[in-house]
Design a protein around this ligand. Sequence first.
Ligand code: MEV
Length: 424
Amino acid sequence: MAENSRIAGFRNMTVAQRRSAVTEATGFDGEVFSQLDSSAFEPTDAANLSENVLGVFSLPLGVATNFTVNGTDVLVPMATEEASVIAAASNAARIARPKGGFVTSSTEPIMQAQIQLINVGDPHAARSRILERKSEIIDLANAQDPTLVELGGGVADLEVRLVDARTTTYVLVHLLVDVRDAMGANAVNTMAEAVSGTVATIADGDALLRILTNKADRRIARARAVFDRELLGGAEVVDNIIHAYELAAADPYRAATHNKGIMNGISAVVLATGNDTRAVEAGAHSHAVIDGRYTSLSVFEKTAEGDLVGTLDMPMPVGLVGGATKVHPAARAALEIAEVSTATDLAEIIVAAGLAQNLAALRVLATEGVQRGHMSLHAKNLAAAAGATPEETESIVATLIEEKAFRFDRVKSLLAEIRSGGSR
Ligand code: MEV
């Protein structure tokens, strides 16, 4: 594990310096970083993952610092094109540190497949007939994946739901499968297809859809953290963050943005580790609806000591095997950096990152607002686009912020001024 995820001055280092600092913090040999070079993922390799491939699409990959999860320091790999996200997660993790960092837990890694049965004349009786032969169906499903069963996974249960649709009642057979360290889509889909004929015969109907559900509500990861009142900025900031949360809990318009802030952290780690961002996002959306109303995925409260405590529980269908996790060199490197040994460990780190990201956004919103930080990054981008060196950029950004003018023509005139030996 990372001996210390708190690396002083990390943000201001060069890429090479950061690689050395991470090597020092984790004891990695430098090899892992070569997998993050753009040359490590050739278009010919990429063509094994997708179709009609012309090339590869790169994104920044960084690590969030300061994270402690269940008492262990961890560097959290994140791939994102959005500025401020990784810095914000690191900052929130710093604020959580004095009170012990993030505490996480999870359910077993249970994914579900649905088999839709149509043309069933007696749905209630069919349900009973299927449940009566549950163990036979489970055995047939398990026979599809002896390796998973050997690893301690396999079908954990079978349920039957009746869903009243517009014209008929569908019988839905759910296979609840412990997928261990896989994301699990392939395993559960194979099982659903394999048993669908048998269940259709038992129900005296026809099987139509046989596919996993992305409402992965039996595969939940949870994170909790106490954020220090003083590091947050005082008692008023704590109260205002709780107001921000309460609005998200009450108003779907705010909840969507609040949850987007959570997903900034979640999707970045999911993507960095080669996992399926859309599966995790679909699970999050479905989980954010409670009693038919879309709401906040997280909860914020005040502790007896006046600190802020945040909790986030959500489906986290991620794996360490299969798909891009094993094939994409950067994903392999990210998993090495995170030093996770099970999919559940990874799921918990991801949810911790989501909670950190959420807190960081709420803190900025409840204090200075987001624009200050965004505009200074915008100014940096403008200066870079004008071809400014890092020293020139620093001076240009300072002037733009002072003048509150973020125009490209102004950047060009400032750059010209500097280069002609002007006072800036
Ligand atoms: C921007 O990417 C995310 C935020 O809008 C999240 C939020 O409003 O809580 C800042």
